[in-house]
Design a protein. Structure first.
Length: 213
């Protein structure tokens, strides 16, 4: 099949050793440190920087597949903005190929963080997006904080360059994740970070009502 690399059995063995499931003992959290090689990270950053950044939040963003309405916490068919661009479609395919997600994502939000910027603790919109949410980190290592909603227990993860963190199951619904707006993490200076968050949109109106309860 076009664009599809064949993985050998030995490749899968190597991969499964590197993919950490229930990472940090957070149920459902998956972490794969070397999802994108350094050369792929450079190409990805160069490619996405050729696209237009939107400045409607504190941080700059790009939306692909479907535009997401942060205020209404909503996605519907009218927000479709076309298929993922080729560089993003390739990464979405790799997410499936490596077994990090089971369904091919159709929505991508790219976030840019400058030192001092972060993202408030949140659970990604439940009725808008399906279970698996995959975040790829580029540019600069930032610390992400996860907190269990029922207990307040927190865990910290350094999002390494080229890494992929996947929220599924409990980590997706019972934990919040966020990045503190600061200049350093434990003495390590932050630089410009860019993340790519891949999701699969829920479009069925009946599902939406059921989920909304
Ligand atoms: O920047 C990140 O890695 C996380 C982004 C995020 O949590 C989101 O867009 O919902
Ligand atoms: Fe999120």
């Amino acid at each position: 099949m076009k664009n599809k690399q064949l993985l050998l059995f030995s490749d899968y063995d190597k991969l499964s050793n590197q993919i950490h499931r229930n990472y940090l003992n957070v149920p459902g959290l998956i972490y794969y440190e070397s999802f994108l090689a350094p050369s792929e990270q450079i190409i990805c950053l160069e490619t996405l920087d050729c696209h237009t950044w939107l400045g409607d939040l504190k941080r700059r963003v790009q939306h692909y597949g479907y535009r997401y309405d942060y205020k209404a916490r909503r996605v519907d068919p009218s927000m479709y903005v076309g298929p993922l661009p080729p560089f993003a479609a390739k990464i979405a395919e790799k997410l499936v190929l490596t077994g990090l997600v089971s369904k091919k994502p159709d929505q991508l939000i790219i976030n840019e963080y400058r030192p001092g910027q972060g993202i408030a603790p949140h659970v990604d919109c439940e009725p808008c997006f399906q279970d698996e949410i995959a975040t790829i980190s580029l540019g600069s290592v930032y610390e992400m904080e996860l907190s269990e909603i029922s207990t307040g227990i927190t865990k910290k993860v350094d999002l390494e360059l080229g890494s992929c963190l996947v929220f599924t199951g409990c980590s997706r619904y019972a934990w919040k994740h966020g990045i503190r707006p600061r200049l350093t993490d434990r003495g390590r200076k932050r630089a410009r970070r860019v993340s790519l968050t891949f999701r699969k949109v829920i479009l069925d109106e009946r599902n939406r009502k059921e989920v909304d309860g």
